[in-house]
Design a binder for this molecule. Structure first.
Ligand code: PLP
Length: 786
């Protein structure tokens, strides 16, 4: 229970002592800061208690280069159980809670799904009262802000800390020194509370910031050599300056390698230091107190780094250290895209981290010896050894140095076992596990769709579903209750209207809540096939132009996606979709037929408005390429059927919710593998009705790419291929017709309102499996043993 009087006093006091103002005169930013400071007074007690409760217990550490947290304010109020009360108090103070929420910048310390997964996981761990700490980097700039200028993506910085960041504490006393070959930097941790839902557990996200050991060189300054005097400071601060804006592609940049070692070394030093304070030098038990999860290969340098600390600094022998290390680490694989499998350049590592490199070499030699003992053929050994062709294979190091490797959906884990990591699965079958991803139902339903949450709570007569999502199954019995379905449709309409208002305000595009909202929001990548979506829209456009009298259901196609700044083809696709949007939206004849809206700067907060308002969830990746997806789960939980391929977690979504309640099209993985080598995209281009017409708009002057050659290049990628891939590498032309058919089916199904609502409802009722609480329970029991 909130003490209202105390709360008000504290807000007023915080505004006074921090800003020398009153509530009336304070800005939105200042009010936000004062309210958060007030909340922190409540939080700190439980935070300390949780730390004490978890002290001297085994804990899990989630090492991740990305945490895509979004805003904390609403979620923290919800989880503290004081959302309504705080809203009331603020109201009494004449402060609008929405204004306070908006003042917070998104913590965009991640690119997409992988970083958002880390954020959902931390929230679930706290909600389940599990001792888990997140470790990462306090990037000064998060993922870039995206704008469109003449339909082209333009990137801007994201200085999310510019107005201060009231949730975190700087913990100077825990600062450590990270040593590189040619420099040393200070790593200073900032701790952010991760608040569990309704249980007073508050875990920690610890993010490291790079700082110089000495702030500036006084002598150089005195000699008026100003630039040089701050050189070391700049170099150190560069390490945590910016998140690399890339998704599913390796970045062989020195600074990125530095970032990885920086946060990993700082975190391990921190863990070892704390361990010694209670356990002294008895490192044999280190793994009994720590389970470290490596989120993808980004933090995999942790394996040789722990070896270095245990042998060089703590004096353990190699064998003992290796035993501890392999009992400590586990590794999550997130992708099979070859361009994403990171490799380190040996030369770079020798220069930057000479000692760590020697240890990697030692690990590799030990591994080769092990394979020799198993009588592996030389050819096999060459394929599996960790260092080869002047590069360190990070995935191999991760597998050898971990006790458990997991994929993130059934299909993905199977591809790992039987294809991508086949040799490794044969060597270590017992190491492989599946952990299908999940999302937190707090942010992705209870917070972002309060209307639907209230309906669910009313029907189930309890709020228990919020922490036990499998209870949604009990909603199935309402599937033939038209009253319930109508209430659901009314809520969907409310969310669609809210989104329409927001999109109009932000983008200046008017969309009609009576239309079908088709939404595809995710990073821009060829394998995710936003271009296929665009081709279908254009095909529909031409069909409507040719047959102006046919009555179709009004449709709105919504996109949200950032392209990595160096990914030229992805940027070409953005420009193309914006051109399609311009054509469609400026055609008066389309007014009552269709609309296209590509929203700028898709991020977590935008997602919270988009997912609840969707009628159709677009999940159309090339089969085998989307490891899991989590956006698909957010749509499902908010009651939108999926139009999608047999890929990633779509397969499990349909298993749960029923094929009849979704629109699945295209090949199964086996079918794709069977036709891979003989695929002729041109045959489809020539023969599928309407396909040539839309593909040719890339080159026939229908659209203008501002003389960049981007559209010609896209055309060539589909029909000619490029040095690094065969034509239509992602099977757009193959799947076009099936996709169009599925779209048609969805549109027809939508016309029967009650039948449609039932499909939506069945998706909600069967979304229980996709709670990250379920995923985390599996990690805790089967990998971390906490
Ligand atoms: C959930 C989420 C993602 C992941 O979406 P996918 O469709 O699974 O790729 C990416 N970005 C944001 C902001 C998200 O919330």
């Amino acid at each position: 229970m909130l003490n209202k009087r105390k709360f008000k006093e504290s807000v007023e006091r915080n505004i006074r002592v921090n800003f020398l103002k009153t509530i009336k005169t304070a800005s939105g930013q200042e009010r936000y800061h004062a309210v958060v400071k007030t909340l922190m007074e409540e939080v700190v007690t439980h935070w300390q208690e949780t730390n004490e409760r978890h002290h001297n217990k085994k804990k899990a550490c989630y090492f991740s280069a990305e945490f895509l947290m979004g805003r904390a304010f609403g979620n923290n109020l919800l989880n503290l159980g004081i959302y309504e009360e705080v809203k009331e108090v603020l109201n009494e103070l004449e402060i609008d809670i929405d204004e306070v929420e908006k003042a917070e910048a998104d913590a965009g310390l991640g690119n997409g799904g992988l970083g958002r997964l880390a954020a959902c996981f931390l929230e679930s761990c706290a909600t389940m009262n599990l001792p888990v700490t997140g470790y990462g980097i306090r990037y000064h700039d998060g993922i870039f802000k995206q704008r469109f200028v003449d339909g082209f993506q333009v990137e801007e910085g994201d200085p999310w800390l510019a107005h201060g960041e009231p949730w975190s504490f700087r913990r100077s006393e825990d600062a450590v020194t990270v040593v590189f070959g040619d420099e040393s930097v200070k790593a200073v941790p900032y701790d952010t509370p991760i608040i569990g839902y309704g249980n007073q557990t508050i875990n920690t996200l610890r993010l490291w910031q790079g700082e110089p050991l000495i702030n500036f060189d006084f002598n150089l300054f005195n000699e008026q050599r100003y630039d040089e005097s701050v050189k070391e400071k700049n170099r150190a601060e560069d390490i945590s300056r910016v998140l690399y804006p890339n998704d599913s592609k390796e970045e062989g940049k020195i600074l990125r390698l530095k970032q990885q070692y920086f946060f990993v070394s700082a975190s391990l030093q921190d863990l070892v230091k704390k361990y010694k304070e209670t356990n002294g030098n008895e490192f044999e038990k280190f793994h009994q107190y720590h389970a470290i999860q490596l989120n993808d290969t980004h933090p995999v340098v942790a394996i040789p780094e722990l070896m270095r600390i245990l042998t060089d600094e703590e004096g353990l022998c190699w064998e003992k250290a290796w035993g501890i290390t392999t009992k400590t680490f586990s590794y999550t694989n997130h992708t099979i895209l070859t361009e994403a499998l990171e490799k380190w350049d040996v030369k770079l590592y020798q220069k930057m981290l000479p000692r760590v490199y020697e240890i990697v070499k030692g690990i590799d030699e030990q591994f080769i010896e092990f394979l020799n003992e198993k009588s592996y053929e030389k050819k096999k050994i060459d394929q599996m050894k960790i260092i080869s062709n002047g590069r360190i294979n990070k995935a191999w190091l991760a597998i050898y140095g971990s006790h458990t490797i997991n994929g993130v959906a059934e299909i993905h884990t199977n591809i790992l076992k039987h294809k991508e990591l086949k040799d490794w699965y044969e060597l270590y079958p017992q190491k492989f596990q599946n952990k299908t991803n999940g999302i937190t139902p707090r942010r992705w339903l209870a917070l972002c769709n309060q209307e639907l949450s209230a309906l669910i709570t009313a029907l189930l007569n309890t709020e228990d579903w919020i922490t036990d999502l499998s209870q949604l199954k009990k909603l199935e019995k309402h599937q033939y209750d038209d009253e319930v379905l109508k209430r659901f449709m009314a809520i969907k309409r409310t969310k669609k209207k809210q989104l329409a208002a927001y999109i109009f305000k932000k983008e200046g595009i008017q969309i009609d809540p009576n239309s079908i909202y088709n939404i595809q929001i995710k990073r821009l990548h060829e394998y995710k096939r936003q271009l296929l979506n665009a081709f279908h829209i254009l095909d529909l456009y031409y069909e409507l132009k040719e047959n102006p009298d046919i009555q179709r259901t009004l449709r709105t196609f919504i996109f949200g996606a950032k392209a990595a700044p160096g990914y030229v083809r992805a940027k070409g696709i953005i420009k193309y979709i914006n051109e399609v949007a311009k054509l469609v939206n400026n055609d008066p004849q389309m007014k009552d037929q269709m609309k296209v809206a590509f929203v700028e700067n898709y991020n977590v907060s935008y997602g919270e408005k988009l997912f609840p308002a969707a009628d159709l969830s677009e999940q159309i990746s090339t089969v085998g390429k989307e490891a899991s997806g989590t956006g698909n789960m957010k749509f499902m939980l908010n009651g939108s059927p999926t139009i999608g391929t047999n890929d990633g977690a779509n397969i499990e979504i349909v298993q749960e919710a029923g094929e009849e309640n979704n629109f699945i099209f295209g090949m199964k993985i086996e079918e794709l593998q069977a036709m891979e080598d003989t695929y002729e995209p041109r045959a489809y281009y020539e023969s599928v009705p309407g396909l040539k017409r839309v593909v040719d708009t890339l080159i026939d002057g229908t659209f203008d790419d501002g003389d960049t050659g981007m559209f010609q290049e896209l055309y060539d990628s589909l029909l000619e291929g490029a040095s690094w891939h065969k034509p239509d590498n992602y099977y757009l032309l193959k799947d076009f017709d099936d996709y169009r058919e599925a779209q048609r089916k969805a549109e027809i199904a939508y016309a029967d309102e009650i039948a449609w609502a039932r499909k939506c409802w069945m998706n909600i009722a069967n979304a229980g499996k996709f709670s990250s609480d379920r995923t985390i329970t599996e990690y805790a029991k089967q990998i971390w043993h906490i």
